[in-house]
Design a protein around this ligand. Structure first.
Ligand code: 13P
Length: 266
């Protein structure tokens, strides 16, 4: 996606991270329902992010629609002896436009490091995949008053060595670890505080031109009943949805709430 206008002038971005869920049949059914609803919601950029093995099946459903395809991870190398890994060219070849990088589940359960995430972000950009770069603090970090230092550190390390133009082409997802899959959403004020901090950091480092363009998603127990109040916050440009993206009704409703709140903001 070309980043030439401010994030508020852009359509709300609502991405469904299906994690390690769904069979091929379930995935096709869900994708069809989202495509049908998506055709009536051209105001939003909708992204479906299935497990690798379901990318082909979902691609067939979304291919002639505005709904975009994304992947949940990738290696930074183009090819090689990396059993079990998937490369950026594989994802581009599979029709992906987006790739989630540095998700907290990858960091916590599979040992991903800031340095590795940085290599993946650079590799994604080389292959014209839009990274959805995830960051966020744990509960002890929040309770210890270390939210901003943690998020700031992840941001700086993840973007290390990138020039402003490239940073403007990245989607950032703030996902507080304590809010993921727990039903405990950050309050709109808590989310806004961190989103504004991220935007300010980008402004300090990359200037006034890049910072308003940066698309910053919120993720962590986003549901139809909290989507509107979250999205109304100034610096929230979209959502990365986990559990609620596995049901068409809730995912579509979240998208509608985002569109409604976006209209109020602009
Ligand atoms: P939940 O919406 O299930 O909390 O998951 C959020 C998430 O991790 C999206 O990437």
């Amino acid at each position: 996606m070309e980043k030439t206008m401010s994030s508020q002038a852009k359509p709300p971005l609502v991405a469904g991270n299906w994690k390690m869920h769904l069979t091929a049949e379930e995935a096709k059914r869900l994708a069809s329902q989202v495509v049908k609803a998506g055709l009536e919601m051209p105001e939003a950029e909708i992204v479906l992010i299935p497990p690798f093995s379901l990318l082909g099946a979902v691609r067939k459903v979304v291919c002639d629609s505005p709904v975009q395809l994304g992947a949940q991870n990738m290696h930074w190398e183009d090819k090689g002896a990396f059993t079990g890994e998937v490369s950026p060219p594989h994802l581009a070849d599979a029709g992906c436009r987006y790739v989630v990088l540095g998700h907290s589940e990858r960091r916590q359960l599979f040992g991903e490091t800031d340095a590795g995430v940085n290599k993946k972000i650079k590799a994604a950009l080389r292959h014209e995949l839009t990274p959805i770069f995830c960051l966020g603090e744990t509960l002890p970090e929040r309770e210890g008053g270390r939210t901003m230092s943690r998020v700031g550190g992840q941001l700086e390390a993840g973007l290390e060595g990138l020039e402003g133009k490239k940073v403007g082409a990245i989607v950032i997802a703030y996902e507080p670890v304590w809010a993921i899959g727990t039903g405990k959403t950050a309050t709109p004020a808590q989310a806004q505080e961190v989103h504004a901090f991220i935007r300010e950091r980008i402004k300090e480092k990359y200037g006034n031109e890049v910072s308003p363009c940066a698309i910053i998603l919120y993720g962590g127990s986003v549901k139809p009943d909290n989507a509107f109040s979250l999205f109304r916050e100034k610096d929230i440009d979209g959502f990365l949805v986990g559990g609620a993206s596995l049901e068409a009704v809730s995912f579509i409703q979240i998208t509608k709430e985002a569109i409604r709140a976006h209209k109020e903001k602009t």
